[in-house]
Write a protein of this length. Structure first.
Length: 340
């Protein structure tokens, strides 16, 4: 069977509001900004809530529509050109209806298959994987692949932060909100980026989750469970190991060596951890494209922000590898790209 090549035709991104720096965030939370600088290394992030009032000012559907509209415009396409939509998120606006369908409605896209994948950071890679598979169908030419998260809606700002366990406190300074999108196509256009393979592999058998986000209904919303918790130490220990495995698996998949790489898109966890992982991966000839220190960790949006960066830089023949690790139940995600 002949396999059709997939290309990234255009990329879009969206961030809510103005960037919030560490001094502003620390003052609102009543903590030391130096702790954020030293421990996390993220300089700014964007929230879909007003941090003074706690009022939500943007939704995931809003941000995803903005990113997708930008990608469509840059790709010279309109709603009727889209044959399917795939979206990856860990924080949908509601459990039902699926946020992807609200986005489709706002874009005036109808009568096409839609898919929403519930996953952490690697959900963006899972969505790209599904998108490349859907492009093998004869009836499909162009698809929208979207990733995004809105974590701030889970944050309760009127509380005593000095008493929070570190597993909960870290979420208030690590994460941000945002969305990204690509137009994925099987038709070459000038300036496209070729997809040379996608890795999507569960690797969490027998391992405790590194992160938990709980949903509460009427029956348990006033219980004493943490809404979200993170085992930052487990993530620090395990993500670099998995990132190295992903790098070599994707290199093997594409038939490349490390010296072939012009760009590296490392896991976007925090300013400090991402820089550390990029150095540990040992591909000094490749330029690491990092954005998390400026955007905050906005989950499924981050790979698309990196794709937005590489879209403006990559030249014909240049090669890149993207790496994502989903720590809630340990998923390896990666993809190979080539300028054409």
């Amino acid at each position: 069977m002949n396999t059709k090549t997939s290309y990234i035709r255009a990329v879009g991104s969206a961030l809510p509001g103005d960037p919030i720096d560490n001094v502003t965030l620390a003052k609102r939370l009543g903590i030391d900004s130096q702790w954020i600088d030293t421990f996390i290394g993220t300089k700014t992030r964007h929230f879909s809530i007003d941090i003074e009032s706690g009022r939500q000012v943007s939704t995931l559907a809003n941000l995803a529509k903005e990113a997708a509209s930008q990608a469509l415009e840059r790709g010279g396409l309109c709603a009727r050109d889209i044959d399917f939509i795939v979206m990856g998120t860990s924080t949908p606006d509601e459990l039902m209806p699926a946020t992807v369908n609200k986005v489709a409605d706002s874009l005036e896209i109808d009568q096409v298959p839609t898919y929403q994948l519930q996953s952490g950071c690697a959900g963006a890679v899972q969505a790209l994987d599904i998108g490349t598979l859907l492009l093998q169908r004869d009836e499909n030419r162009n698809g929208l692949v979207i990733g995004g998260d809105v974590c701030a809606k889970h944050m309760l700002l009127d509380r005593d932060f000095s008493s929070l366990p570190s597993s909960e406190m870290v979420n208030y300074v690590l994460f941000g909100d945002g969305a990204g999108a690509v137009v994925l196509t099987n038709e070459f256009t000038p300036g496209s980026i070729k997809m040379n393979g996608v890795l999507n592999q569960l690797t969490g058998f027998g391992k405790a989750p590194g992160q938990i986000i709980r949903w509460f209904g009427d029956g348990d919303r006033h219980g004493d469970q943490q809404a979200f918790s993170e085992d930052y130490k487990a993530i620090e220990d395990r993500v670099p190991v998995l990132a190295n495995e992903i790098l070599w698996q994707v290199l093997d998949m594409a038939g490349w060596s490390p010296d072939d790489l012009t760009y590296l898109l490392p896991p976007q966890l925090s300013g400090c951890m991402t820089d550390r992982i990029a150095k540990l991966l040992g591909v000094p000839r490749a330029e690491a494209l990092n954005c998390v220190a400026d955007t905050g960790n906005n989950g499924n949006a981050l790979p698309f922000f990196q794709l937005n960066m590489i879209r403006q830089k990559v030249k014909a023949g240049e090669k890149a590898i993207g790496i994502c690790v989903e720590s809630s139940k340990w998923i390896k995600g990666g993809f190979a790209l080539e300028g054409v």
